[in-house]
Design a binder for this molecule. Structure first.
Ligand code: COA
Length: 147
């Protein structure tokens, strides 16, 4: 799927062969707050086993998002970023519009994500705090890649 959104030529694609995986790895391993130190091999595997969205301005990839899903009942959104120099122009919202409009991600019973401070972005797409937070559990090792 490749869609062009009305954002001065901002284009979102799910074609893996178009992704600039080096850029994605560079951002995640050195600039993200959640995956610092992640290896290229892990990024390669995560992309190979997910539905990925690359956001492009011309030939340059400037945004990324990754969805892990069974494409029937559940999805989890991770690794969302817009490059710092391109933020604040609506590209993050355009990227999320493409993610949540994807035909394979419709009618899911639950769509989850975790965010440090971008609640206001995802609220615009219907996300809320968990209805039953006491029912959610996790095994989480935040510093795993940095160790
Ligand atoms: C979060 C991020 C993807 C947003 O991308 P962006 O292109 O700057 O966002 P947009 O210009 O489309 O606007 C985002 C909207 O969400 C709102 N928002 C709420 N919290 C926000 C936050 N922490 N960062 C950015 N926007 C936020 C903005 O105010 C804006 O609202 P508006 O509709 O009233 O203008 C980008 O800032 C980013 O890459 N941040 C660093 C990585 C990160 O935190 N990723 C999220 C992990 S869950």
């Amino acid at each position: 799927m490749s869609v062009t959104l009305g954002m001065d030529g901002f284009r979102v694609t799910t074609q893996v062969n178009e992704l600039d995986i080096e850029l994605v790895h560079r951002f995640l391993s050195s600039q993200s707050s959640w995956a610092k130190g992640i290896s290229r091999d892990l990024v390669d595997r995560s992309i190979a086993n997910s539905l990925c969205f690359g956001g492009f301005l011309g030939k340059e990839q400037v945004a990324f998002a990754r969805v892990i899903s069974d494409y029937a009942t559940f999805a989890n959104l991770v690794d969302v970023f817009v490059l710092p120099e391109c933020r604040g122009q609506g590209l993050g919202k355009a990227l999320m519009t493409a993610v949540f409009a994807h035909p394979d991600l419709q009618g899911l019973r639950r769509f989850t994500l975790a965010t440090g401070d971008a609640h206001g972005l995802y609220a615009q797409f219907g996300f809320t705090a968990p209805l039953y937070p006491q029912s959610l559990m996790e095994r989480y090792f935040p510093g795993l890649y940095a160790a």
